[in-house]
Write a protein of this length. Structure first.
Length: 569
C-alpha cells in the first residue's frame, strides 16, 4: 500500500494490480504489434538461473581479452554473484529481468534489451530501467558490443535467421536460447554452433504457459571454449564476431579489383532534422564500408608496401565506426537544449557521462526515441537531486534558522554564527539574504553558482530570462529577472570569489519548502504554517501545489525531436 496525503491527511492507495498476460496480448494486438510474443515460462526461467548458479559455483566465469563479465560480492554472509551485463533479445514485458530482481544470490548490474513492440519498449525503459540498444533486432548492430549473458526466446516463425545472426554477430560469455527442438536438424545453425561449447539443458513446452502453444522447445546454453590455467578459467583466444563480420562482408584483403570512391560534400548535421541526421549517418556508414571494401580489393603486396596489415585495417575500421557514431550522437545531444538548460553544472556532467554509453548504439530513429524516454525519466530524478545540492552549497552557518520543532536547539536571535557543539540543526530554513563562495568560470565556461541558481529558479516554476553574468566587475550589483519581469535575485560578485545574494522571498519560500518536502522535514500544511509562518490557507496551497517542474512524455516535442519520429510525434 502507498501512503498519500489529501488535504494534508494521510490515506492509503491500492497498489496497481499487475496487468495480466491476456490483457498485454490484447494491447499488442490492438496496436498491431503482436510479433509472436510467447512469454518465457517459469520452468525455463528457473532452469536458466540454476544453470548459472552451477557455473558460478564451478567458477567458470573467467575473463577474455581483459574483459570482466562477472564478479562476486562476498562481503555479506551469503555470496552474491553479479552479472555485469545481461542482454535479452526480444525482451517482451521484461519478465526475465523481473525474475532476477527476486533472486537473492544473483544480481544483474546492467540490464539491456532489444524489443520491437512499442508498448513493451516504453515500459522497459520507464518502469524496468532497461537500456534498449535497439528496437528491430535485424537492424541492430551487435558486432561492436560485449555482454556477460545473452538470453533470447525468438519468434518461432523466424527463429532460424534470428539464431544464425546471434551466433554470427553476438559477443558474450554465456548465451541461452529457447528454440524449437528441430534446431538440431538445421545445418546452418549447427555449423555456426561448432565454435561454441553447446549444452542442451532440457526440453520444454508452452501447453501450460501464460500464452499456450504446442511448440516443443529446448533451452540451449552456449559458451566460448575455455581452459583452466592455475586454477582459473580463461576463454581460449580466437576471433570475435567483429573479426568474422569483416571477413564475411569486406573480405580478406587479397582481392585484385579496386574501385575508386568519388569524394562527397561535407555533411552539415547541426541544422538538420533528426530524419536528415539519420539519413546522413546511413550514407556516411555505407560510404565508409565501401571505402574499406575498395581497400580490401588491393593486392596484399600493395597493402604491405603501404605499411598496413589486416589487423591494423580492422582496428581502423572499428575506430572509424566508433567515431562516426560518436559524431552523430553528439549532434543529437546538442539538440537537447530543453533539457540542458534545466540542469546545473554537476548534474549535467553526471547525466552526460551516463549518456556517453549511447554513443555505441546504432544511430536510428527508434534508438533516438528510446533515448528521449530515458532522458525524460532521468531528468526528473536529477531535478530532485540538484535542488538539494544547490541548497547545501548555499548553506552557511550565519544564514540559517532552525525549525521550531528542533527543540534541542537553543535560539540565537535569527541566525547561527557557528554550528556550535551540537553541529548543524537537523531541519532549518535558509535565509533569502546570504553570502557564499562563487566558482568563477575560466576558459569561456559559463557555469557557476549563479547560473546554477537560475536553473533552480526555473525548476521551482520561475523560469529565468537568458542573462549574461559579468564576472569582471568587482562588487557591481547585477539583477536577474524571470519571465514575469520580476527580480528573481540580485548578486554582487567580488574578485576574491565572495558572492552576496538577495533572493526573491517568494522564490526562497518555495525553495525552502521543496527541500523540506524532499527531505521529509515537513509532513503537511500544518508544518508549513508553523515553521514558515504563513497563513493557513497559503500553507494548504503551497502543500498541494506541485513544487518542481518535471518533464513528461507528452512534452517530447519540446526536445526538438518531433521530426525524427514520424508516427509517435
Amino acid at each position: 500500500m502507498k501512503l498519500l496525503a489529501v488535504d494534508g491527511v494521510p490515506c492509503k492507495e491500492e497498489e496497481p494490480r499487475p496487468e495480466s498476460t491476456s490483457a498485454k496480448i490484447r494491447t499488442l494486438q490492438s496496436a498491431g504489434e503482436d510479433f509472436e510474443w510467447y512469454p518465457t515460462t517459469e520452468e525455463i526461467s528457473i532452469a536458466m538461473k540454476n544453470d548459472l548458479r552451477s557455473l558460478f559455483k564451478k567458477e567458470i566465469i573467467g575473463s577474455w581479452r581483459g574483459r570482466e563479465y562477472f564478479s562476486v560480492n562476498d562481503r555479506d554472509e551469503e555470496k552474491v554473484f553479479i552479472i555485469k551485463s545481461f542482454l535479452d533479445v526480444g525482451a517482451g514485458d521484461g519478465r526475465i529481468f523481473h525474475k532476477f530482481k527476486n533472486t537473492k544470490d544473483i544480481r544483474i548490474e546492467d540490464s539491456y534489451g532489444i524489443e520491437i513492440a512499442q508498448p513493451f519498449a516504453e515500459d522497459l525503459i520507464q518502469k524496468d530501467d532497461v537500456f534498449l540498444i535497439g528496437r528491430d533486432f535485424f537492424r541492430t548492430s551487435l558486432i561492436d558490443k560485449h555482454f556477460s549473458v545473452i538470453f533470447s526466446n525468438p519468434p518461432y516463425s523466424i527463429y532460424m535467421p534470428w539464431v544464425v545472426r546471434l551466433l554470427q554477430e553476438a559477443n558474450f560469455r554465456v548465451m541461452y536460447l529457447v528454440i524449437p527442438t528441430r534446431w538440431e536438424h538445421n545445418q546452418e545453425i549447427t555449423l555456426h554452433m561448432k565454435r561454441y561449447d553447446v549444452k542442451t539443458l532440457g526440453e520444454y513446452d508452452f501447453l501450460e504457459g501464460d500464452r499456450p502453444a504446442r511448440a516443443k522447445v529446448n533451452l540451449i546454453r552456449l559458451m566460448k571454449p575455455h581452459r583452466k590455467i592455475n586454477g582459473e578459467y580463461y576463454e581460449t583466444e580466437g576471433d570475435d564476431s567483429f573479426d568474422r563480420w569483416i571477413k564475411s562482408h569486406i573480405g580478406n584483403f587479397e582481392e585484385p579489383e579496386y574501385e575508386k570512391e568519388e569524394d562527397r560534400k561535407d555533411l552539415k548535421l547541426k541544422n538538420g532534422t533528426i530524419a536528415d541526421m539519420v539519413e546522413n549517418y546511413d550514407y556516411e556508414m555505407n560510404s565508409l564500408l565501401e571505402a574499406f571494401k575498395a581497400l580490401a580489393n588491393l593486392p596484399a603486396r600493395i597493402v604491405s608496401d603501404l605499411g598496413m596489415s589486416k589487423d591494423k585495417i580492422i582496428k581502423q575500421i572499428k575506430e572509424n565506426i566508433k567515431t562516426l557514431k560518436s559524431k552523430h550522437w553528439y549532434c543529437a545531444f546538442e539538440k537537447l537544449s530543453a533539457i540542458n538548460s534545466r540542469l546545473t553544472k554537476n548534474t549535467r556532467q553526471e547525466m552526460l557521462s551516463r549518456m556517453a554509453e549511447f554513443k555505441t548504439l546504432d544511430f536510428n530513429e527508434d534508438n533516438i526515441y528510446s533515448i528521449i524516454l530515458w532522458v525524460i525519466k532521468n531528468f526528473n530524478k536529477y531535478t530532485n537531486q540538484q535542488i538539494l545540492e544547490i541548497f547545501d552549497k548555499l548553506t552557511e552557518p550565519g544564514y540559517i534558522k532552525a525549525y521550531k520543532s528542533n527543540s534541542h536547539w537553543h535560539k540565537d536571535d535569527w541566525r547561527y554564527t557557528k554550528w556550535g557543539e551540537k553541529g548543524k540543526p537537523g531541519k532549518y530554513i535558509l535565509d533569502y539574504r546570504l553570502v557564499t563562495h562563487c566558482y568563477v568560470p575560466r576558459y569561456g565556461e559559463a557555469d557557476s553558482i549563479i547560473t546554477d541558481l537560475m536553473v533552480v529558479c526555473g525548476s521551482l516554476g520561475f523560469p529565468m530570462k537568458a542573462w549574461h553574468v559579468d564576472y569582471s566587475k568587482d562588487g557591481r550589483l547585477q539583477e536577474f529577472l524571470n519571465y514575469n519581469e520580476e527580480t528573481a535575485f540580485t548578486a554582487r560578485l567580488y574578485k576574491n570569489g565572495n558572492l552576496h545574494l538577495k533572493i526573491n522571498e517568494k522564490i526562497m519560500l518555495r525553495f525552502n519548502i521543496e527541500v523540506a518536502r524532499l527531505r521529509h522535514w515537513i509532513n503537511g500544511p500544518e508544518d508549513i504554517e508553523m515553521e514558515y509562518e504563513v497563513p493557513h490557507e497559503e500553507a494548504i496551497r503551497l502543500w498541494k501545489e506541485p513544487g518542481l517542474v518535471k518533464i513528461g512524455q507528452s512534452e517530447i516535442l519540446q526536445l526538438g525531436f518531433n521530426s525524427g519520429k514520424k508516427d509517435d510525434a
